[in-house]
Design a protein around this ligand. Structure first.
Ligand code: UD1
Length: 337
């Protein structure tokens, strides 16, 4: 395991997909996850160490023991409304833990760092379209907690040999096409996950939050990216850094969006049954439209999406939800609140 890659949060939704890609590409992987949101069963490659990213002693030990040169940092809390209700929880877990991790990386001479950031750092960009150079102005503590981490990473990289890629995710959805791993977060709030839960009968209905936005059908527009394409972006980011690439920040999206109604229609079409849909008021903190300028990642990493297809995103999400439903009460559902 000498020269392994450390993946924090590698038992979570996006992290576990990246671990699978790393394993398939032949990397040795050490996953650090406290299993608060992640699942042991989701780690298909490498070694799982159960612990906190903010545990300086443990992280320092891991970096030394495995001679780690590259860190991919996913471990974070990600639920926007929860971040509004518990801001210090988010700043502690997301921002302070990242500072602690970076201090360990500096001490151990880690060379490459890939950071999971979010489109939430943009807040409400003009026209709903955000490029990497758009001003950052988060409108919720989740986005702020990630933006502060971005700044620490940027400044550390300027002051040390560490090189980094910050990936700003837009709306990540879909699951492993072979249904081995997927989005299992309890009390999910993400649109496609919630809609698929409603389709398989785990929820009675789905609510549309806001039907009076200035969009084509009055509902919110988002840039949904399949988790497999996102995982591929991480591998390309890591290789880019290993080959000597300069630090940079890249949007991860397809560059076009769908409304909530379009997403729900896709779920109904693929599931073959209507959903019970309620129309409700806007959800606080939601921008009307958020779509990526998605050119830079193609230019810098040579990344080409393979699954830019809403039906495929929904189909893989639905397949996973059916699998979870069948497993109810066992294994994957153990973190369920
Ligand atoms: C937000 C964050 C994103 C974060 C994600 C995870 C912003 C701008 N983005 O995405 O960075 O990774 O949360 O928490 O803060 N919707 C419904 N009904 C539902 C659920 C959602 O109508 O039951 C609508 C929302 O109002 C929104 C769209 O669907 O228009 C997408 O919402 P969601 O899937 O929750 O993700 P974001 O809030 O866009």
């Amino acid at each position: 395991m000498d020269g392994a890659v450390l993946v924090t949060g590698g038992a979570g939704y996006i992290g576990s997909h990246v671990v699978r890609h790393l394993g398939e590409a032949g990397y040795s992987v050490v996953v650090l996850d406290n299993l608060s949101k992640g699942f042991r069963e989701a780690v298909l490659y490498g070694e799982l160490v159960v612990g906190d990213t903010g545990d300086r002693q443990l992280v320092g030990q891991l970096l030394r023991d495995y001679s780690i040169k590259s860190v991919l940092h996913f471990a974070a809390l990600t639920v926007v409304p929860e971040s509004v209700a518990k801001p210090l929880y988010y700043y502690g877990n997301n921002t302070c833990s990242t500072r602690s991790l970076l201090a360990c990386c500096q001490e151990a001479g880690v060379a490459h760092f890939v950071f999971s950031s979010t489109a939430a750092v943009y807040g409400i960009p003009p026209e709903g379209l955000a490029s990497e150079d758009s001003p950052t102005a988060p409108i919720n503590p989740y986005g702020t907690s990630k933006l502060m981490s971005e700044w620490m990473l940027r400044d550390l990289a300027a002051a040390s040999p560490l090189r980094h890629i910050t990936l700003r995710y837009f709306n990540v959805a879909g699951c492993d096409p072979q249904t081995r791993i997927g989005q299992s977060t309890p009390n999910a709030t993400l649109l496609i996950k919630v809609a698929c839960e409603a389709a398989v009968g785990k929820r009675e209905s789905i609510s549309i939050f806001g039907t009076d936005y200035a969009t084509t059908d009055g509902t919110g527009v988002r840039d949904y990216i399949h988790v497999e394409d996102l995982a591929d972006a991480h591998l390309k980011a890591l290789r880019y850094l290993e080959e000597g690439g300069n630090s940079t920040t890249l949007n991860c999206g397809y560059g076009h969006g769908y409304t909530v109604r379009e997403v729900l229609s896709a779920v109904e079409r693929i599931h073959g049954k209507p959903l019970s849909i309620r129309e409700e008021a806007r959800r606080p903190g939601d921008p009307p439209t958020l779509v990526a300028h998605a050119q830079r990642i193609r230019e810098v990493l040579g990344w080409q999406p393979r699954y830019d297809d809403l039906d495929f995103i929904v189909r893989t999400s639905l397949d996973w939800e059916k699998k979870l439903r069948a497993r109810l009460g066992r294994g994957w559902q153990s973190n369920e609140a």
